[in-house]
Design a protein around this ligand. Sequence first.
Ligand code: NCD
Length: 312
Amino acid sequence: MADFMTTQLSHLVDIQSLSQQTLFALLDQAEAWLQPSTPFLVDSPLVNAVIATLFYEDSTRTRISFQLATKRLQAHCLDFVKQGSSVSKGESLEDTAANLIAMGAQIIVLRHPEPHTPAKLIDAVGDRAAIVNAGDGAYAHPTQALLDLLTIQQHKPNLSPLSVAIIGDVLHSRVARSQISALHTCGVTDIRVIAPANLLPQDINTWPVTLETDIEQGVSEADVVICLRLQKERMSTEQFPDNQAYYHQFGLSPQRLALAKPDAIVMHPGPINRNVEIADAVADGKQSVILQQVHNGIVMRMAVLAALASAR
Ligand code: NCD
């Protein structure tokens, strides 16, 4: 623990703002907390701290794992969800946050449909609370990228020589943006993106990735295959692909996975559209680490919250 106290984060907005050293320190701390000897972390830096989870967009894994992380750190959680709150009476995000801070919140975990809302909230709250981005529009999802990296590292400790294939709706995916940034920071140079042309960001040529139009080519000899959800809630109707046609062209079937390395791992941030982006047999198969990603989310978020506490 003593060593870890030197890892300090003021806020966590995106992966680009983390050095490689900080990133690896967070992974190490999360890994060390993976085997709990007690349900609660005995020497937690956050005993009786107050952490608010402020979710303006639906979530299952992210919200619940932040709440569990809070419990394991012996802190208290203020659980705010938009539905049922005074947002319906016109209360702004800034006023909502100010009220949670007045109730003692030292850390605010924010999910919001608008990109860059966490950065704007930092401007509004100053140093009264630390802000963690739990997903902002299509911009960033740093804690998901960190837990994904932790999962990859558990199977493939030497990250830089890995070949990683990312398949699907990259245009709307904050997960892909943050994953690519995290892999790049860790020295991974073979990152392949496979997506329909209308679901690729316009500036994709400036990203540190190789574009593949053919999924078979894209997954060939890959060590890690990551599927992304078709995020229809962020699409205009003309962008909606037909589910069957999409599976035919971009779905990860057992036959396609067989083209990757025999020990390749399969990942998905969830929620899964079964048999649209990934076959049942692959999602539930022996190469799938999808539920391990979910499990790792708790310790990864504990490590982030502890690093934020160390800076305060
Ligand atoms: C992702 C998200 O919300 O960005 N899910 C998650 O946090 N595990 C991906 C998605 O919704 O497709």
